[in-house]
Design a protein around this ligand. Structure first.
Ligand code: C2E
Ligand code: CA
Ligand code: CA
Length: 817
């Protein structure tokens, strides 16, 4: 707002005073001037008058004076002279002869005899004037006889005239002052006062709510300049009013939108900044100020160079080019990814946009940056996950095959040998099943870490799934023998590393692995073919008793093809009635009686002959057919047992043992299915014994206990198979409705030579005794083994010593005998 107070004061204080001063001055100056002019004129006029009067007087005596000069008689002259000097303003009269210019007669008088002159006459300069009158002969006018010299004083006259002039002048001054005063009163009343009033009203005028027409009041209807001024002022105020209102509305709107905009700017997570062309900050939002650790109250004008010192050199260059580009092109420049480092050391990836704007009338660069670190990390993570195993962080099958492809390509070009190692951990499933998955995971993580540290830089290790790993060794040598020597050295190193005991959950775990190795150089094998070769070699290593290395040979390829075919064939085996059961007697060496029979599944392949269950059961499990085949086994074993029972061939306590696969046991309908079969053949359930393994119990103890209890309620018995190879946890033995413990054949095999096997068998036997469980020894082949077992207290056995598994009819004969 402008200073309205100041305007009003100046008007009210000074204008009328100035007017008074001006009036007085004008009066005085004009009166003075007038007075001077009048005096000057009066002096000139009076001097002229006096001169003419003097001349007239003198001329009137011309003839007498001429006569006196001729006669040279002074007495004649004296009365004339006296009468001339009688005029009060004539001071001296002298008559002179023409020939010798000698004074003839003279008369003088004192000008001050009449007293001092007064007034202006007193100060007059050169008041005395002189007049010379030539006197000619009356007969001959051309003859000059003499001359008359008269001095006269103009002050006599001036003194009189001046007092009149002064009187007149005083009157005029008085008149002037009166007129001035009247004018001032008029001026004040009709001009100054209204102006002051109007000024006051303008001052009080409430803009922007005056709406015009408020100013002037009584002056408004006046038909003079003031009326016009007031009307113009009102119109003007009205216009100002409207303009101010419009401006305020616009300002409010601008203010509002500015506030909205700045709230938006401040709340955005984007880093927003505006800098001038020399890189000095003009504006920055909160995010930017915070991220760059700028002083929020003092960042304006700070040079970009100062706070960008943390940013990598390459980024600074990129930003410089972008600035140049945006200035040259004047359109948005997008930097999709800028690597940024903040003063706190934090790294960020930013997506940046730059554009030239006009900021407060000057060209400036607006930069908007978005933190895309998370997006980038997420992308990288997704990419990483797609190519890595999440548990061990090793490359997965996908990435490995890719790398293997490249390795094969390089080997093809260079002729350098490489090797593919395929391995899985021996007994890993047992650890996993008995200690839980977390324990198993720890084993895998530790193994992966160790191997990563063991292999060379150029080699790749990957986890294919489960406990299966692969390692690709490259650039061994171009000579086959040297390559294979180096390869086996590296394989040995890997084996040694795997065999080092691990400590997990404060337990020392001994791990071993079976390895298959396949060498490659410039042969045209595909990655998956090579993988199959190494897999096959590993399979052979397992078959040969685990914890060893097998190198792929071409002959092994046949086994792979065979297994693949078997898996396909197994799908038709059931419908094609290629399965049958054999039964192995369980014999009590004390009572010399057969106490039971274990039903064992056989597959008679149409072209390959008898296939071992160790070979085909995993294939059936893999293809999900095991529950169906298992059901067929129960059905046929129960049927056979019911025939023997109906023929009264079995004594009281005889049991038919049926192996149950984990997949089969996990079926929700398993217990119900068994019950249905028992009912179907009206066999006493007490005759049936289901063989389960330790791993099945651990897998899901709740389900196992429920299913077992349900079946136990109808009289079914349970034995635990291959006991001693798993976790052998006493607690669950107590919890579950178990009847029989079957000592695994590996202990029986070594019972004569291995002290630890003896110890294990002894422990199992005493444990079984405490829990009131029957024990059966498996795989008894020799009399010595049997004797050793009997000495320890186990007299029921199963094995080739008494009988191998035999067909139902043969078993029946055995029973009949
Ligand atoms: P298992 O349950 O431990 O069966 C005993 C195995 O030991 C049988 O092998 C049997 O032939 C063999 N055996 C018996 N006495 C001796 C001996 O004195 N010395 C030696 N070295 N071995 C002996 P088989 O029949 O080849 O069965 C192998 C495995 O296949 C079985 O081991 C069992 O785990 C599984 N299996 C067999 N039939 C079935 C079935 O119907 N269902 C399920 N789920 N698994 C079955
Ligand atoms: Ca068994
Ligand atoms: Ca067994």
């Amino acid at each position: 707002m402008f200073n309205r107070q100041a305007v009003t004061c100046r008007i009210s204080k000074h204008l009328s005073a100035k007017a008074i001063l001006a009036g007085a001055l004008i009066t005085i100056v004009t009166s003075g001037l007038l007075l001077t002019v009048q005096f000057t004129r009066a002096i000139a006029i009076n001097a002229n008058f006096l001169e003419r009067d003097t001349q007239n007087i003198a001329e009137s005596y011309q003839a007498e004076l001429a006569k006196a000069l001729i006669t040279n008689d002074s007495t004649e002259v004296e009365p004339i002279i006296r009468s001339i000097i009688a005029a009060p303003f004539i001071l001296s009269v002298g008559l002179y002869h023409n020939d010798d210019k000698a004074l003839f007669v003279e008369t003088k008088k004192d000008p001050y005899s009449r007293g001092e002159f007064k007034g202006i006459a007193k100060h007059l300069k050169q008041p005395i004037r002189s007049l010379t009158l030539l006197i000619h002969s009356t007969d001959d006018t051309s003859r000059q006889l003499g001359y008359l010299n008269i001095n006269f004083d103009i002050r006599f006259h001036i003194e009189r005239v001046a007092s009149t002039i002064v009187q007149n002048m005083l009157f005029l001054v008085a008149q002037g002052i009166v007129i001035s005063l009247l004018l001032i009163v008029f001026y004040y009343r009709y001009l100054c006062k209204p102006i002051v009033e109007i000024a006051k009203q303008i001052k009080q005028c409430d803009i922007p709510n005056a709406q015009g027409g408020q100013i002037g009041g009584k002056y408004q209807p006046r038909n003079d300049e003031l009326g016009a001024l007031v009307n113009e002022l009102n119109t003007f105020i009205q216009l100002v009013d409207q303009a101010v209102v419009a401006k305020e509305t616009a300002l409010n709107a601008a203010d509002h939108s500015y506030k909205n905009l700045s709230t938006l700017l401040e709340s955005l997570p984007h880093f927003i900044s505006v800098k001038d062309l020399s890189g000095r900050l003009l504006l920055a939002n909160k995010s930017y100020v915070k991220a760059l650790q700028l002083d929020p109250d003092n960042y304006i004008g700070v040079s970009e160079n100062d706070f960008l010192s943390f940013v990598p050199e390459s980024t600074r260059k990129t930003l410089k080019y972008a600035d140049e580009e945006v200035l040259a092109q004047e359109k948005t420049v997008v930097l999709p990814e800028v690597e940024w480092k903040f003063s706190d050391g934090k790294f960020m990836a930013l997506e940046m946009r730059k554009i030239v704007i006009s900021y407060r009338g000057h060209k400036a660069i607006l930069t908007v940056a978005l933190d895309i670190t998370e997006r980038k990390e997420h992308q990288a993570r997704v990419q990483y996950l797609a190519y890595h195993d999440s548990l061990t962080n090793l490359p997965n099958r996908h990435l490995f095959l890719d790398r293997l492809d490249q390795a094969l390509l390089r080997a093809h070009r260079s002729g350098l040998y490489g090797a593919l190692i395929f391995f899985d951990l021996d007994n890993f499933k047992n650890h996993n099943d008995t200690r839980g998955h977390l324990f198993g995971d720890e084993i895998l993580i530790n193994i992966a870490k160790r191997l990563k540290d063991t292999i060379r830089n150029q080699d790749t290790i990957a986890r294919l799934g489960g406990d299966e790993f692969v390692i690709c060794l490259t650039e061994l040598s171009d000579d086959e023998l040297t390559a294979k020597n180096l390869g086996s050295e590296l394989v040995e190193r890997i084996l040694t590393c795997l065999r080092q005991p691990l400590t997990i959950e404060n337990t020392s775990v001994q791990i071993s692995a079976s390895l298959g190795v396949a060498y490659f150089n410039n042969d045209s094998l595909s990655a998956s073919e090579l993988l199959q070769h190494a897999d096959l070699a590993m399979y052979k290593a397992k078959e040969a008793g685990r914890n060893r290395v097998f190198v792929f040979e071409n002959a092994m390829a046949e086994t792979v093809a065979r297994l693949r075919q078997l898996k396909i064939d197994s799908k038709e085996a059931l419908a094609d009635k290629q399965f049958y059961l054999v039964f192995q007697p369980q014999f009590d060496s004390e009572t010399m009686e057969i106490t039971g029979a274990e039903a064992l599944l056989r597959w008679k392949h149409p072209t390959r002959g008898i296939v071992s269950p160790d070979e085909f059961i995993p294939l059936l499990e893999e293809s999900g057919l095991m529950p169906l085949v298992g059901q067929w086994v129960i059905q046929n074993a129960v049927k056979t047992a019911s025939i023997w029972h109906d023929h009264k061939l079995v004594k009281k306590g005889f049991k038919i043992s049926i192996n149950v696969s984990p997949q089969q046991f996990r079926q929700v309908s398993f217990a119900h299915e068994v019950q249905r079969i028992v009912n179907q053949y009206s066999l006493e359930a007490e005759l049936i014994n289901l063989e389960i393994t330790e791993s099945m119990i651990i897998d899901d103890i709740t389900h196992t206990a429920n299913a077992m209890n349900e079946l136990r309620n109808i009289g079914i018995n349970f034995s635990i198979d291959d006991f001693g190879t798993g976790y052998s946890n006493l607690n669950y033995l107590k919890l579950l409705p178990l009847d029989i413990i079957k000592i695994d054949q590996s202990f029986v095999r070594d019972i004569l030579k291995d002290q630890s096997s003896i110890a294990i068998v002894q422990t199992i036997l005493s444990m079984a005794k405490q829990l009131n469980l029957t024990t059966i020894a498996e795989g008894v082949e020799t009399q010595h083994q049997l004797e050793a077992l009997k000495k320890m207290g186990c007299h029921v056995y199963q094995g080739y010593l008494y009988s191998p598994p035999i067909k139902a009819e043969q078993f029946q004969q055995l029973l009949e005998n």
